[in-house]
Design a protein around this ligand. Structure first.
Ligand SMILES: *[C@@H]1O[C@H](CO)[C@@H](O)[C@H](O)[C@H]1NC(C)=O
Ligand SMILES: *[C@@H]1O[C@H](CO)[C@@H](O)[C@H](O)[C@H]1NC(C)=O
Length: 384
Protein backbone atom coordinates (compact mmCIF):
# COMPACT_ATOMS: atom_id res chain seq x y z
CA UNK A 1 0.00 0.00 0.00
CA UNK A 2 2.68 2.38 1.11
CA UNK A 3 4.70 1.67 -2.03
CA UNK A 4 1.63 2.33 -4.15
CA UNK A 5 1.23 5.73 -2.56
CA UNK A 6 4.89 6.48 -3.19
CA UNK A 7 4.54 5.30 -6.76
CA UNK A 8 1.49 7.44 -7.37
CA UNK A 9 3.25 10.45 -5.82
CA UNK A 10 6.20 9.84 -8.11
CA UNK A 11 3.93 9.60 -11.13
CA UNK A 12 2.26 12.84 -10.17
CA UNK A 13 5.64 14.49 -9.88
CA UNK A 14 6.74 13.07 -13.20
CA UNK A 15 3.70 14.28 -15.07
CA UNK A 16 3.94 17.68 -13.40
CA UNK A 17 7.52 17.79 -14.61
CA UNK A 18 6.46 16.90 -18.15
CA UNK A 19 3.79 19.54 -18.04
CA UNK A 20 6.22 22.15 -16.89
CA UNK A 21 8.65 21.20 -19.63
CA UNK A 22 5.95 21.56 -22.24
CA UNK A 23 4.90 24.92 -20.93
CA UNK A 24 8.31 26.47 -20.67
CA UNK A 25 9.56 25.41 -24.08
CA UNK A 26 8.24 27.71 -26.77
CA UNK A 27 9.05 27.48 -30.46
CA UNK A 28 8.68 30.80 -32.28
CA UNK A 29 6.97 32.35 -29.25
CA UNK A 30 4.53 29.55 -28.39
CA UNK A 31 4.70 26.00 -27.00
CA UNK A 32 1.69 25.21 -29.21
CA UNK A 33 3.75 25.73 -32.36
CA UNK A 34 6.51 23.21 -31.56
CA UNK A 35 4.63 20.23 -32.97
CA UNK A 36 3.51 22.10 -36.10
CA UNK A 37 5.27 21.70 -39.41
CA UNK A 38 7.26 24.70 -40.67
CA UNK A 39 4.81 25.01 -43.59
CA UNK A 40 1.73 24.61 -41.40
CA UNK A 41 2.15 27.91 -39.60
CA UNK A 42 2.23 31.55 -40.69
CA UNK A 43 5.48 33.48 -40.30
CA UNK A 44 5.52 37.28 -40.15
CA UNK A 45 8.02 38.65 -42.66
CA UNK A 46 9.73 42.03 -42.61
CA UNK A 47 9.80 43.09 -46.27
CA UNK A 48 13.20 44.70 -46.96
CA UNK A 49 14.20 44.15 -43.35
CA UNK A 50 17.54 46.05 -43.37
CA UNK A 51 16.23 49.19 -45.08
CA UNK A 52 15.45 51.61 -42.30
CA UNK A 53 13.59 54.86 -42.03
CA UNK A 54 15.53 56.11 -39.03
CA UNK A 55 18.36 58.45 -38.08
CA UNK A 56 20.92 56.11 -39.70
CA UNK A 57 19.39 56.81 -43.14
CA UNK A 58 18.34 60.38 -42.37
CA UNK A 59 14.81 58.98 -42.26
CA UNK A 60 14.99 57.98 -45.89
CA UNK A 61 11.61 57.56 -47.53
CA UNK A 62 13.11 54.46 -49.19
CA UNK A 63 13.18 52.85 -45.74
CA UNK A 64 10.65 50.09 -45.09
CA UNK A 65 10.97 49.83 -41.29
CA UNK A 66 11.55 52.09 -38.30
CA UNK A 67 13.57 49.46 -36.40
CA UNK A 68 16.44 47.15 -37.30
CA UNK A 69 16.52 43.41 -37.86
CA UNK A 70 17.44 42.56 -34.25
CA UNK A 71 14.45 44.48 -32.94
CA UNK A 72 12.25 42.90 -35.62
CA UNK A 73 13.26 39.40 -34.53
CA UNK A 74 12.81 40.13 -30.83
CA UNK A 75 9.34 41.52 -31.55
CA UNK A 76 8.27 38.31 -33.33
CA UNK A 77 9.24 38.70 -37.01
CA UNK A 78 10.48 35.33 -38.34
CA UNK A 79 11.16 36.00 -42.02
CA UNK A 80 13.60 38.65 -43.19
CA UNK A 81 13.90 39.76 -46.78
CA UNK A 82 16.60 41.90 -48.37
CA UNK A 83 18.13 42.77 -51.74
CA UNK A 84 21.70 41.79 -52.51
CA UNK A 85 23.73 44.14 -54.72
CA UNK A 86 27.36 44.39 -55.78
CA UNK A 87 29.09 47.56 -54.63
CA UNK A 88 32.81 48.37 -54.68
CA UNK A 89 33.66 44.72 -55.14
CA UNK A 90 31.61 43.53 -52.18
CA UNK A 91 28.12 42.12 -51.58
CA UNK A 92 25.90 44.70 -49.94
CA UNK A 93 22.25 45.03 -49.00
CA UNK A 94 20.89 47.97 -50.95
CA UNK A 95 17.45 49.25 -51.80
CA UNK A 96 17.36 49.05 -55.62
CA UNK A 97 20.69 50.81 -55.90
CA UNK A 98 23.57 51.25 -53.48
CA UNK A 99 23.53 54.96 -54.30
CA UNK A 100 20.08 55.20 -52.76
CA UNK A 101 20.15 53.24 -49.56
CA UNK A 102 23.10 51.07 -48.63
CA UNK A 103 22.46 49.02 -45.49
CA UNK A 104 26.01 47.65 -45.45
CA UNK A 105 27.63 44.29 -46.02
CA UNK A 106 25.53 41.17 -46.46
CA UNK A 107 27.93 39.22 -44.23
CA UNK A 108 27.49 41.74 -41.40
CA UNK A 109 23.72 41.58 -41.60
CA UNK A 110 23.89 37.77 -41.54
CA UNK A 111 26.16 38.12 -38.49
CA UNK A 112 23.52 40.26 -36.77
CA UNK A 113 20.94 37.52 -37.41
CA UNK A 114 23.34 34.84 -36.17
CA UNK A 115 23.93 36.77 -32.94
CA UNK A 116 20.19 36.87 -32.36
CA UNK A 117 19.84 33.15 -33.14
CA UNK A 118 22.69 32.34 -30.74
CA UNK A 119 20.70 33.98 -27.96
CA UNK A 120 17.35 32.46 -29.00
CA UNK A 121 17.92 28.72 -29.41
CA UNK A 122 14.30 27.68 -29.95
CA UNK A 123 13.45 30.00 -32.80
CA UNK A 124 13.32 29.17 -36.50
CA UNK A 125 14.25 32.07 -38.79
CA UNK A 126 13.82 32.38 -42.56
CA UNK A 127 15.86 34.61 -44.84
CA UNK A 128 14.75 35.51 -48.36
CA UNK A 129 17.34 37.26 -50.50
CA UNK A 130 16.47 39.01 -53.74
CA UNK A 131 19.51 38.33 -55.87
CA UNK A 132 19.52 41.65 -57.74
CA UNK A 133 23.03 41.47 -59.20
CA UNK A 134 23.09 37.75 -59.89
CA UNK A 135 25.49 36.65 -57.17
CA UNK A 136 26.45 33.04 -57.78
CA UNK A 137 25.57 30.41 -55.21
CA UNK A 138 29.21 30.19 -54.18
CA UNK A 139 29.47 34.00 -53.82
CA UNK A 140 26.50 33.93 -51.46
CA UNK A 141 27.76 30.86 -49.63
CA UNK A 142 31.04 32.69 -48.93
CA UNK A 143 29.10 35.50 -47.23
CA UNK A 144 27.08 33.02 -45.18
CA UNK A 145 30.24 31.24 -44.10
CA UNK A 146 31.99 34.50 -43.20
CA UNK A 147 29.14 35.35 -40.82
CA UNK A 148 29.15 31.93 -39.16
CA UNK A 149 25.39 31.59 -39.62
CA UNK A 150 25.85 28.35 -41.59
CA UNK A 151 26.01 26.73 -38.15
CA UNK A 152 22.20 26.80 -38.25
CA UNK A 153 21.54 25.97 -41.88
CA UNK A 154 18.71 23.69 -42.92
CA UNK A 155 19.33 21.64 -46.05
CA UNK A 156 16.28 20.31 -47.93
CA UNK A 157 16.25 16.68 -49.11
CA UNK A 158 15.79 17.88 -52.71
CA UNK A 159 16.80 21.21 -54.23
CA UNK A 160 14.80 20.65 -57.41
CA UNK A 161 11.32 19.70 -56.17
CA UNK A 162 8.86 21.57 -53.96
CA UNK A 163 8.90 20.01 -50.51
CA UNK A 164 5.56 18.56 -49.46
CA UNK A 165 6.43 17.67 -45.86
CA UNK A 166 8.54 20.08 -43.84
CA UNK A 167 9.94 19.25 -40.40
CA UNK A 168 8.16 20.52 -37.29
CA UNK A 169 9.60 23.52 -35.50
CA UNK A 170 10.65 21.20 -32.67
CA UNK A 171 12.55 18.98 -35.10
CA UNK A 172 14.34 21.99 -36.55
CA UNK A 173 15.14 23.29 -33.06
CA UNK A 174 16.36 19.90 -31.82
CA UNK A 175 18.60 19.41 -34.85
CA UNK A 176 19.69 23.05 -34.61
CA UNK A 177 18.85 23.47 -38.30
CA UNK A 178 16.84 26.58 -37.55
CA UNK A 179 17.79 28.71 -40.54
CA UNK A 180 15.79 28.51 -43.76
CA UNK A 181 17.47 30.32 -46.65
CA UNK A 182 15.68 31.22 -49.87
CA UNK A 183 17.24 33.05 -52.80
CA UNK A 184 15.30 34.66 -55.67
CA UNK A 185 16.69 33.42 -57.93
CA UNK A 186 19.65 31.22 -57.33
CA UNK A 187 22.38 31.14 -60.02
CA UNK A 188 22.78 28.49 -61.16
CA UNK A 189 19.51 26.98 -59.91
CA UNK A 190 21.22 23.57 -59.78
CA UNK A 191 23.97 23.85 -57.24
CA UNK A 192 26.51 21.52 -55.77
CA UNK A 193 25.58 19.64 -52.62
CA UNK A 194 27.82 21.64 -50.27
CA UNK A 195 25.71 24.77 -50.82
CA UNK A 196 22.32 23.14 -51.10
CA UNK A 197 21.03 24.92 -48.03
CA UNK A 198 20.57 27.85 -50.42
CA UNK A 199 17.07 27.14 -51.72
CA UNK A 200 15.84 28.61 -54.97
CA UNK A 201 12.81 30.56 -53.78
CA UNK A 202 10.40 29.78 -56.59
CA UNK A 203 11.10 26.06 -56.43
CA UNK A 204 9.67 26.07 -52.91
CA UNK A 205 7.43 29.14 -52.72
CA UNK A 206 4.86 31.03 -54.80
CA UNK A 207 4.06 34.68 -54.23
CA UNK A 208 1.07 36.94 -54.68
CA UNK A 209 1.64 40.22 -56.55
CA UNK A 210 3.84 42.79 -54.84
CA UNK A 211 3.06 45.95 -56.77
CA UNK A 212 0.01 47.15 -54.89
CA UNK A 213 -0.93 50.82 -54.70
CA UNK A 214 -4.53 50.87 -53.45
CA UNK A 215 -6.04 48.89 -50.57
CA UNK A 216 -8.30 47.16 -53.11
CA UNK A 217 -5.32 45.91 -55.12
CA UNK A 218 -4.46 42.96 -52.86
CA UNK A 219 -5.42 39.60 -54.33
CA UNK A 220 -4.62 35.95 -53.64
CA UNK A 221 -3.67 35.22 -57.23
CA UNK A 222 -0.37 33.46 -57.84
CA UNK A 223 1.94 36.00 -59.49
CA UNK A 224 5.40 34.42 -59.33
CA UNK A 225 7.01 32.16 -60.43
CA UNK A 226 5.87 33.57 -63.76
CA UNK A 227 5.15 30.08 -65.11
CA UNK A 228 2.38 29.79 -62.51
CA UNK A 229 1.02 33.33 -62.88
CA UNK A 230 -2.77 33.30 -62.68
CA UNK A 231 -2.84 29.55 -62.01
CA UNK A 232 -3.47 29.85 -58.32
CA UNK A 233 -5.04 26.45 -57.76
CA UNK A 234 -2.22 24.85 -59.69
CA UNK A 235 0.38 26.75 -57.68
CA UNK A 236 -1.11 25.50 -54.42
CA UNK A 237 -1.31 21.93 -55.68
CA UNK A 238 2.41 21.87 -56.55
CA UNK A 239 3.10 22.02 -52.81
CA UNK A 240 4.84 25.38 -53.00
CA UNK A 241 4.40 27.44 -49.83
CA UNK A 242 2.27 30.58 -50.37
CA UNK A 243 3.87 33.94 -49.64
CA UNK A 244 1.45 36.83 -49.37
CA UNK A 245 2.86 40.27 -50.14
CA UNK A 246 0.93 42.69 -47.98
CA UNK A 247 2.45 46.13 -48.32
CA UNK A 248 1.44 49.17 -50.33
CA UNK A 249 3.38 51.61 -52.40
CA UNK A 250 2.44 55.21 -52.32
CA UNK A 251 2.35 56.84 -55.72
CA UNK A 252 3.62 60.34 -55.43
CA UNK A 253 3.96 63.14 -57.95
CA UNK A 254 5.24 61.89 -61.36
CA UNK A 255 4.37 58.30 -60.45
CA UNK A 256 7.26 57.99 -58.01
CA UNK A 257 6.71 55.04 -55.67
CA UNK A 258 7.75 54.66 -52.03
CA UNK A 259 6.63 52.42 -49.14
CA UNK A 260 3.23 53.76 -48.10
CA UNK A 261 3.65 54.99 -44.57
CA UNK A 262 0.47 57.07 -44.41
CA UNK A 263 -1.88 54.09 -44.68
CA UNK A 264 0.15 51.48 -42.82
CA UNK A 265 -1.98 51.33 -39.69
CA UNK A 266 -4.86 50.24 -41.95
CA UNK A 267 -2.78 47.97 -44.17
CA UNK A 268 -1.29 46.09 -41.20
CA UNK A 269 -4.51 46.03 -39.14
CA UNK A 270 -6.13 42.71 -38.18
CA UNK A 271 -9.65 43.71 -39.35
CA UNK A 272 -12.08 46.36 -40.51
CA UNK A 273 -9.79 49.02 -41.94
CA UNK A 274 -9.30 49.41 -45.73
CA UNK A 275 -6.89 46.81 -47.12
CA UNK A 276 -6.30 45.23 -43.68
CA UNK A 277 -4.06 42.15 -43.62
CA UNK A 278 -6.33 40.07 -41.38
CA UNK A 279 -9.19 39.92 -43.85
CA UNK A 280 -6.78 39.57 -46.77
CA UNK A 281 -5.07 36.58 -45.15
CA UNK A 282 -8.36 34.88 -44.33
CA UNK A 283 -9.62 35.42 -47.87
CA UNK A 284 -6.45 33.75 -49.19
CA UNK A 285 -6.71 30.92 -46.68
CA UNK A 286 -10.24 30.19 -47.92
CA UNK A 287 -9.16 30.39 -51.56
CA UNK A 288 -6.03 28.27 -51.13
CA UNK A 289 -7.38 25.80 -48.59
CA UNK A 290 -4.30 26.66 -46.55
CA UNK A 291 -3.09 29.69 -44.65
CA UNK A 292 -0.29 31.82 -46.09
CA UNK A 293 3.04 30.46 -44.81
CA UNK A 294 4.65 33.89 -45.04
CA UNK A 295 3.12 37.36 -44.97
CA UNK A 296 5.48 40.20 -45.82
CA UNK A 297 4.79 43.66 -44.44
CA UNK A 298 6.45 47.07 -44.24
CA UNK A 299 6.64 48.85 -40.86
CA UNK A 300 6.21 45.52 -39.05
CA UNK A 301 5.47 47.14 -35.68
CA UNK A 302 2.34 48.90 -36.93
CA UNK A 303 -1.16 47.47 -37.19
CA UNK A 304 -0.43 45.40 -35.12
CA UNK A 305 0.67 43.01 -37.87
CA UNK A 306 1.36 40.25 -35.33
CA UNK A 307 -2.32 40.10 -34.33
CA UNK A 308 -3.14 38.54 -37.71
CA UNK A 309 -0.26 36.09 -37.46
CA UNK A 310 -1.31 34.95 -33.97
CA UNK A 311 -4.90 34.55 -35.05
CA UNK A 312 -3.95 32.44 -38.07
CA UNK A 313 -1.71 30.31 -35.85
CA UNK A 314 -4.39 30.00 -33.15
CA UNK A 315 -2.12 31.59 -30.54
CA UNK A 316 -3.66 33.66 -27.78
CA UNK A 317 -0.77 33.90 -25.32
CA UNK A 318 2.55 34.35 -27.12
CA UNK A 319 5.65 34.36 -24.93
CA UNK A 320 9.15 35.79 -25.16
CA UNK A 321 8.47 38.78 -27.36
CA UNK A 322 9.94 42.23 -26.83
CA UNK A 323 7.67 44.73 -28.55
CA UNK A 324 9.41 47.40 -30.63
CA UNK A 325 9.66 50.75 -28.87
CA UNK A 326 7.35 53.58 -29.84
CA UNK A 327 8.57 55.04 -33.11
CA UNK A 328 10.64 58.16 -33.07
CA UNK A 329 8.40 61.21 -33.40
CA UNK A 330 10.90 62.57 -35.93
CA UNK A 331 9.99 59.80 -38.37
CA UNK A 332 6.71 61.26 -39.50
CA UNK A 333 8.17 64.65 -40.15
CA UNK A 334 11.10 63.17 -42.02
CA UNK A 335 10.05 63.92 -45.57
CA UNK A 336 9.27 67.50 -44.74
CA UNK A 337 12.64 68.07 -43.11
CA UNK A 338 14.82 70.58 -44.94
CA UNK A 339 17.46 67.97 -45.69
CA UNK A 340 16.79 65.96 -48.84
CA UNK A 341 16.75 62.18 -48.49
CA UNK A 342 20.32 60.98 -48.74
CA UNK A 343 19.53 58.72 -51.68
CA UNK A 344 18.21 61.62 -53.65
CA UNK A 345 21.18 63.81 -52.79
CA UNK A 346 23.45 61.08 -54.13
CA UNK A 347 21.40 60.71 -57.31
CA UNK A 348 21.40 64.42 -57.96
CA UNK A 349 25.16 64.38 -57.45
CA UNK A 350 25.56 61.59 -60.01
CA UNK A 351 23.28 63.40 -62.41
CA UNK A 352 25.30 66.59 -62.13
CA UNK A 353 28.46 64.58 -62.77
CA UNK A 354 27.02 63.53 -66.08
CA UNK A 355 25.71 60.09 -65.12
CA UNK A 356 22.20 59.14 -66.11
CA UNK A 357 20.65 57.15 -63.28
CA UNK A 358 17.82 54.96 -64.59
CA UNK A 359 14.21 55.57 -63.81
CA UNK A 360 14.19 52.80 -61.22
CA UNK A 361 16.90 54.60 -59.30
CA UNK A 362 14.81 57.75 -59.19
CA UNK A 363 11.77 55.75 -58.19
CA UNK A 364 13.62 54.21 -55.32
CA UNK A 365 14.95 57.51 -54.14
CA UNK A 366 11.39 57.49 -52.87
CA UNK A 367 11.42 61.19 -52.28
CA UNK A 368 8.36 63.17 -51.46
CA UNK A 369 8.70 65.14 -54.63
CA UNK A 370 6.36 68.00 -53.96
CA UNK A 371 8.30 68.85 -50.83
CA UNK A 372 11.58 68.01 -52.44
CA UNK A 373 11.22 70.75 -55.00
CA UNK A 374 10.66 73.19 -52.15
CA UNK A 375 13.79 71.74 -50.57
CA UNK A 376 15.82 72.40 -53.68
CA UNK A 377 14.79 76.04 -53.69
CA UNK A 378 15.54 76.54 -50.03
CA UNK A 379 18.97 74.94 -50.28
CA UNK A 380 19.83 76.90 -53.41
CA UNK A 381 20.70 73.66 -55.15
CA UNK A 382 19.53 74.88 -58.56
CA UNK A 383 17.41 72.92 -60.95
CA UNK A 384 20.05 70.42 -62.18
C1 LIG B 1 19.37 47.84 -33.40
O1 LIG B 1 18.73 48.99 -32.89
C2 LIG B 1 18.92 49.18 -31.49
C3 LIG B 1 18.07 50.38 -31.09
O2 LIG B 1 18.35 51.48 -31.89
C4 LIG B 1 20.38 49.39 -31.20
O3 LIG B 1 20.58 49.54 -29.82
C5 LIG B 1 21.16 48.19 -31.69
O4 LIG B 1 22.53 48.41 -31.53
C6 LIG B 1 20.87 47.93 -33.16
N1 LIG B 1 21.51 46.68 -33.53
C7 LIG B 1 22.28 46.59 -34.58
C8 LIG B 1 22.91 45.26 -34.81
O5 LIG B 1 22.48 47.51 -35.36
C1 LIG C 1 -3.86 56.81 -47.56
O1 LIG C 1 -3.15 57.95 -47.11
C2 LIG C 1 -3.43 59.11 -47.84
C3 LIG C 1 -2.50 60.22 -47.33
O2 LIG C 1 -2.66 60.41 -45.96
C4 LIG C 1 -4.89 59.48 -47.68
O3 LIG C 1 -5.20 60.62 -48.44
C5 LIG C 1 -5.73 58.30 -48.14
O4 LIG C 1 -7.08 58.56 -47.89
C6 LIG C 1 -5.35 57.03 -47.43
N1 LIG C 1 -6.07 55.92 -48.01
C7 LIG C 1 -6.68 55.03 -47.26
C8 LIG C 1 -7.38 53.98 -47.99
O5 LIG C 1 -6.69 55.08 -46.05
Amino acid sequence: MRSLIVLSALLTLASAGALQLRQTTACNNSPDLCSKSYSEITHLGAHNSPFLRDASTRFSTSGNHYFNTTIQLSAGVRMLTGQVHRSNGAWHLCHSSCDLLDAGLLSEWLGEIKTWMDANPSDVVSILLVNADKASASDLAAEFEKSGITEYKYTPPSVTLPQITWPTLQELVSANTRLMTFVAPLYPTQIDSTNSYLMDEFTFVFETGFENIEPDDFTCMADRPSALRGQTTGAVSTGRMPLQNHFLYDTQLFGIEAPDEANVTSTNAPAEKPGNMGDAAKTCRAEWGKAPVFILVDFFDQGPALATIDELNGITDPVGRTPAPAKDAKVSGASSARALPKGLVDLVKQFKNGATPNLGAWIWAGADWSKTFGGWDSTGGGSG
